[in-house]
Design a protein around this ligand. Structure first.
Ligand code: 3H9
Length: 647
C-alpha cells in the first residue's frame, strides 16, 4: 500500500497520507504527494482536492530521523510549492496535530479546516531548528505578526479554536472532518495562495517590539529561538522569495548544528524512557489514587492527578491538617484556572473527584496510594504499616521519598512486591519528571502500573534503582559537593551561580539552595555525620551558614543577603568562606566561568557513570532526561552524559 493514495468523491479528489506513527513527511510521503499533484493536475475532471491523513494525527512534521542523513529529494519546500501552485484548490483536513512541516504543508494548501480537538504549531525551535518549509514566511501572511512570532519562537501549539480566531484556520468541524472538508473544497472556486497574500503587521507595534525583546532574552544560549525571531522580522520587511531562501538556509545550517543534534537526542531519549519490557505489561488500574500527607508535595501530587481526570482521596493526621491540605489543592487548581490551563467547569469536576479525610480506612478502595509524609524512615514505615492494613491486597503502595531506602520500606509490607517509589518533583502538578524507583522485589505489573501512571499524568517516567538519592538527587549531591569545593578553593557563590546561568541553567546551585531552604540538607548532613568517611574532603561552609541562622530566602539570608527580595552578595558569607579556607589551609585562587563549569560537569558525569555502573539508571539517556527535566540542565546542551560522549 502506498503511503499516499487518492480517491475520487465526485469531482473532489481526497488525497490521504498513511505513514504511521505520526504521518511524518518522510521521503516516500514527499514523493507520493508530488506524484499526486501531477496526477490531479493532469485530470480535468477534478475540481478541488482534500488533503487528509489516516491514523491518530495529521502530519506531525518532518521525519526527525532523516535529519542525521543527507536530505533526499523531493524536498518538502518543493512539494509545498507544487501544491500551492496547483490550478485546483487544495483543502487541508486536520485532525490530531498539524506540527512543523505538517502545518507548513497545510499552509501551502488554499484553505484549512480542523477537528475541534486538533492542535496546530511550529515546534521546530524545540528541536534546535526554525521552520524549513516556508513556515516563517506563510504564517505571518495568515495571522498577525505577533501571533505568528508567538507560535514560531515560542514553539507551543495552539488549539483549533485559537487557530480559527487568529485566521490560521478557515473553519472548525464538529462532525465528520472529511465530509466537512469536501464541502469546503466544493465551495471554493479558485486557489487562494498564501504567498500571494501580504504580510499581516502586528496589531500593536510597541507590544511587538517588546515581544521580540522578550524572546531574545529568553533564548539565552539557544540559537534556534534567536534565529526564529530574526526570520519573522525578516519576513516582515522582505519579499516572499527572498524570505523563503533565507529561511531555508538558516534551517539547513541549524539542522547540522550541535544544538539541534543535542535536542534530537533529548527528543528520542524522552520517548524511550519506558521502553523496558516490564513497562509494556498490563498495568493494574490507576483511576483512584490515595495520597497520604497534605503538605506541599502531597497536595501537588493530588492536584497533578486531579488535573488528569483521576479521583483522589487524601488522608491527613487530623481535621485541621486535612482542611489545610484541601485548601492547598483547591489553591493549586485555582492557579491552573487563572493561567487558563483548565476551565471553571473542569476545576469544579476535579474538586468533585477529591476528598480530604483523616481516616486511613477511606483508602480501602484506592488503586494506588502514594505516601508523601515527612522524609523520615520511621514515620514512613508507620504509614506503610497502616496502608498494609487498610488497602486492598492488590493495591500498589508507593512512596514519594527522594532519598530513603525503598527496599527497607517495601520490606515492611506483607507483600513487598506491591511497593514502588514514585519520586515527584515540586511543584508536582507542573514538573515533568517522575522517577519510578524499583525496589528489588517489585512485581513486573507494578512497574507497568508506575509507568501507566506517569503516562496518565503526562509525565516523563524514568526507571531508577534504589540508592541514596536515586538518579537525580545523587548526581545533584555530587555536583553540589563540587560547588562547595570550588568555594573553598577560591570561587565565590555568585561566580559559581553566574557560570551556571551562563551555561544555560535557569538558576545557579547556591541561589537554588536559598530558594529551597538550607535547613533540610543540614539536618540530613547532621544525621549522616556519624557514618561519614573521615578521609573524604568535607566543606563545612554550608553548616556554618546554617549555624548562623542563614536558611535561605525564607530567613532573608542564606548564600546571599536578600533586600526587597533581591539577592546581594553577603559580607558575612565572604567572611565564613575565608575562615573555612584558612582552617583547611587553602590559598584561594581565581576561577573563570569555564573552569567552574568544567569541574561541575565533570562531577555530574563521573557520578552519572557510577549510577550507570551500579545499574541505578538503565542507560545514559535516562540520566540526561532526568537532569534536564528535574534539575534544570539546559535541554539544548543534551544533558551531561551526551556532552561527555560527544567529547
Ligand atoms: C520539522 O517539521 C521541520 C520542518 O519545518 C522543515 C522540514 C524541511 N519524526 O511523541 P509520541 C515518533 S521538524 C519521526 O510518543 P504522542 C516518536 O519517536 C518536526 N518520528 O506520540 C514515537 O516513536 P516510537 C516538527 C516521530 O501521541 C512515535 O512517533 N514536529 C516524529 O505522545 C510516537 O510519538 C515535531 O516536533 C517525527 N517528527 O504525541 C513534532 N514525531 O513509537 C514531534 C513523533 O518509536 N512530535 N515521532 O517511540 C510530537 O510532538 C508528538 O509525537 C505528537 C504525538 C504530538 C505528534
Amino acid at each position: 500500500m502506498s503511503v499516499v493514495s487518492t480517491l475520487l468523491h465526485g469531482s473532489v479528489a481526497v488525497v490521504t497520507i498513511d505513514n504511521p506513527p505520526v504521518n511524518a513527511t518522510s521521503q516516500a510521503v514527499r514523493a507520493g504527494l508530488l506524484a499526486a499533484v501531477a496526477d490531479i493536475e493532469a485530470d480535468p475532471g477534478i475540481a478541488s482536492v482534500v488533503l487528509r491523513c489516516t491514523g491518530r494525527t495529521f502530519v506531525a512534521g518532518a521525519d526527525v530521523r532523516e535529519f542525521d542523513k543527507p536530505p533526499q529529494p523531493p524536498h518538502l519546500p518543493d512539494v509545498i510549492a507544487a501544491i500551492e501552485a496547483a490550478s485546483r484548490p487544495w483543502v487541508a483536513a486536520i485532525h490530531g496535530s498539524a506540527l512543523g512541516g505538517g502545518l507548513e504543508l497545510a499552509m501551502g494548501c488554499h484553505a484549512r479546516i480542523a477537528a475541534r480537538d486538533a492542535r496546530l504549531g511550529l515546534p521546530e525551535v524545540t528541536l534546535g531548528l526554525i521552520p524549513g518549509a516556508g513556515g516563517t514566511v506563510r504564517l505571518p501572511r495568515l495571522v498577525a505578526a505577533d501571533a505568528a512570532l508567538a507560535m514560531i519562537a515560542g514553539g507551543k501549539p495552539v488549539t483549533a479554536a485559537r487557530a480559527l480566531e487568529i485566521g490560521l484556520l478557515d473553519d472548525v468541524a464538529d462532525g465528520d472532518l472529511t465530509d466537512a472538508a469536501i464541502a469546503l473544497a466544493t465551495g471554493l472556486e479558485a486557489p487562494r495562495r498564501t504567498l500571494d497574500r501580504p504580510v499581516r503587521d502586528p496589531s500593536d507595534a510597541d507590544a511587538f517590539s517588546a515581544q521580540v525583546k522578550r524572546f531574545k532574552t529568553r533564548a539565552g544560549g539557544q540559537l534556534s529561538i534567536r534565529h526564529a525571531v530574526e526570520a519573522v522580522e525578516n519576513t516582515l520587511v522582505t519579499d516572499a522569495a527572498a524570505a523563503l531562501a533565507a529561511e531555508r538556509q538558516t534551517f539547513l545550517d541549524l539542522k547540522d548544528s550541535e544544538q539541534a543534534a543535542a535536542l534530537r537526542h533529548v527528543f528520542f531519549a524522552e520517548r524511550a524512557t519506558l521502553s523496558d519490557p516490564r513497562c509494556k505489561q498490563t498495568p493494574r488500574p490507576v483511576d483512584r489514587i490515595g495520597v497520604v500527607g497534605g503538605g506541599t508535595m502531597g497536595a501537588g501530587i493530588a492536584a497533578a492527578c486531579l488535573l488528569k481526570g483521576l479521583s483522589v482521596t487524601m488522608v491527613e493526621r487530623d481535621t485541621e491538617a486535612a482542611e489545610t491540605g484541601r485548601a492547598r489543592v483547591a489553591e493549586t487548581l485555582a492557579g491552573s484556572l487563572a493561567r487558563g490551563l483548565l476551565t471553571s467547569d473542569a476545576r469544579d469536576a476535579a474538586l468533585s473527584r477529591f476528598q480530604a479525610a483523616t481516616d486511613y480506612s477511606e483508602l480501602a478502595g484506592e488503586d494506588l496510594v502514594i505516601e508523601a509524609v515527612f522524609e523520615d524512615m520511621q514515620v514512613k514505615k508507620q504509614v506503610f504499616a497502616r496502608l498494609d492494613e487498610v488497602c486492598a491486597p492488590d493495591a500498589v503502595i508507593a512512596t514519594n521519598t527522594s532519598y530513603l531506602d525503598v527496599d527497607e520500606l517495601a520490606a515492611t509490607l506483607r507483600d513487598p512486591s506491591r511497593a514502588i517509589g514514585l519520586h515527584f518533583f515540586s511543584p508536582a502538578h507542573v514538573m515533568k519528571l517522575l522517577e519510578i524507583v524499583l525496589p528489588e522485589r517489585v512485581a513486573d505489573d507494578v512497574v507497568a502500573t508506575g509507568a501507566a501512571l506517569a503516562r496518565k499524568l503526562g509525565k516523563i517516567g524514568v526507571l531508577a534503582g534504589v540508592c541514596d538519592g536515586f538518579i537525580g538527587n545523587r548526581i545533584m549531591s555530587a555536583y553540589r559537593r563540587e560547588a562547595d569545593y570550588l568555594l573553598e578553593d577560591g570561587a565565590t557563590p555568585s561566580e559559581v551561580d553566574a557560570a551556571m546561568t551562563g551555561f544555560g541553567f535557569a538558576m545557579g546551585v547556591f541561589a537554588m539552595q536559598d530558594l529551597a531552604g538550607l535547613d533540610i540538607a543540614w539536618a540530613m548532613r547532621k544525621r549522616r555525620a556519624a557514618t561519614r568517611d573521615p578521609s573524604e574532603r568535607y566543606v563545612a561552609i554550608a553548616d556554618r551558614l546554617c549555624q548562623a541562622g542563614r536558611f535561605g530566602r525564607k530567613t532573608g539570608a542564606g548564600w546571599y543577603d536578600y533586600v526587597d527580595g533581591k539577592a546581594r552578595s553577603a559580607p558575612t558569607v565572604t567572611e565564613i568562606i575565608a575562615s573555612e579556607r584558612r582552617r583547611a589551609g587553602i590559598t584561594p585562587r581565581p576561577f573563570d566561568p569555564e573552569e567552574i563549569m568544567q569541574r561541575l560537569l565533570a562531577a555530574m558525569q563521573s557520578e552519572g557513570q557510577n549510577v550507570l555502573d551500579e545499574g541505578i539508571a538503565r542507560n545514559a539517556c535516562d540520566i540526561d532526561v532526568t537532569m534536564i527535566n528535574g534539575y534544570g540542565f539546559p535541554r539544548w546542551r543534551g544533558g551531561p552524559m551526551w556532552m561527555r560522549d560527544r567529547g
